[in-house]
Design a protein around this ligand. Structure first.
Ligand code: NAG
Ligand code: NAG
Length: 289
């Protein structure tokens, strides 16, 4: 089903959960389709909005399911943690203040990059139940407004604007076994409210997330030639995917429910396929033709 003719696709951003794999089971023929895709040398990236699983845990889950994925430090797999890492590096941030679990923090920044002798220059917030107390939030607030002790030496006129980064802004999350739990969103909102700043969100489907992933592709050309494929019209294909005018493909696996392609308030997808493999077949036959 294609309303507009598909542009020549030069790169592909692929959602993992629900699109390639559901739990530990690949979606129909997905393993073979990914192998075929790799043979064409069309550049692609895997994108996940998880902030629970580390990159290596996701890689292992994909490998165990039979997918041919790179291991170790890989440019292929992008999560909000990896986007945060790239953000820290490209913006030259030297001392972020983290409201983040220890494991997540280690993935965002290598210990040797952090400089304890310089003023704090960013605040990064993710899901961190044990860190969300008055003292820590107040520290984050003081850094954002330039009042922290570490910033005292900076001349008023030279005080930089400190970015507030959120890995995601979920208001609440469903935790396995414990029902609903408060997410990082309300804590980010508290800091936004107190400082009047708006957080930059680095998780899918934010524009900043997709831009970071696209920058890793070494691709120069119109965004319309970059396709993004996923099972969730909102998280995978909404927000930044729509704003950046990527070519948006919805698959009917995973979280998909009939009618998602015409949901109120959502920009309809450019293509709908039964599965990831179905789309890849059609892409490759166009490629070969
Ligand atoms: C990831 O997206 C799903 C919707 O697909 C959403 O329910 C979930 O809260 C998101 N997770 C994060 C960490 O943002
Ligand atoms: C902070 O929250 C209060 C109460 O909802 C609201 O009136 C105010 O406009 C908010 N301020 C900012 C800067 O978001």
């Amino acid at each position: 089903m294609t309303a507009k003719a598909r542009p020549v696709i030069r790169a592909l951003l692929i959602d993992i959960s629900g699109t390639l794999i559901i739990g530990s089971t690949p979606t129909p023929r997905a393993v073979g389709a990914l192998a075929e895709l790799r043979r064409t040398r069309l550049p692609f990236r895997f994108c996940s909005n998880t902030s629970k699983e580390s990159t290596s845990a996701i890689q292992k889950r994909m490998l165990d399911a039979g997918f041919d994925v790179q291991t170790g430090e890989s440019e292929e797999l992008w999560t909000s943690l990896k986007a945060a890492r790239s953000f820290i590096e490209t913006r030259g941030i030297r001392r972020p203040y983290f409201l983040l679990s220890e494991a997540a923090k280690d993935e965002c920044i290598s210990a040797r990059r952090q400089d304890p002798n310089v003023p704090y220059d960013a605040v990064i917030v993710g899901l961190a139940p044990t860190h969300f107390d008055y003292d820590n939030l107040n520290t984050a607030f003081r850094i954002l407004v330039g009042e922290h002790d570490s910033q005292k030496q900076i001349h008023e006129d030279r005080k930089p604007s400190i970015p507030l980064i959120a890995l995601h802004k979920a208001r609440f999350i469903e935790s396995s076994g414990h029902g609903l739990m408060l997410g990082p969103g309300p804590f980010v909102a508290a800091l936004e409210n107190a400082t009047g700043k708006e957080a930059e969100v680095l998780g899918k489907p934010s524009k900043a997330f997709f831009q970071t992933v696209i920058e890793s592709l070494d691709y120069e050309g119109p965004n319309e030639c970059i396709a993004v494929i996923g099972d969730d019209i909102q998280t995978d294909l909404g927000g930044g995917a729509t704003d950046l005018r990527l070519w948006r493909i919805l698959v009917k696996t995973g979280k998909y429910r009939p009618g998602d392609e015409s949901r109120d308030g959502m920009h309809p997808p450019d293509e709908v396929w039964d599965s990831f493999a179905g789309f890849v077949d059609s892409l490759l036959s166009a490629h070969d033709a």
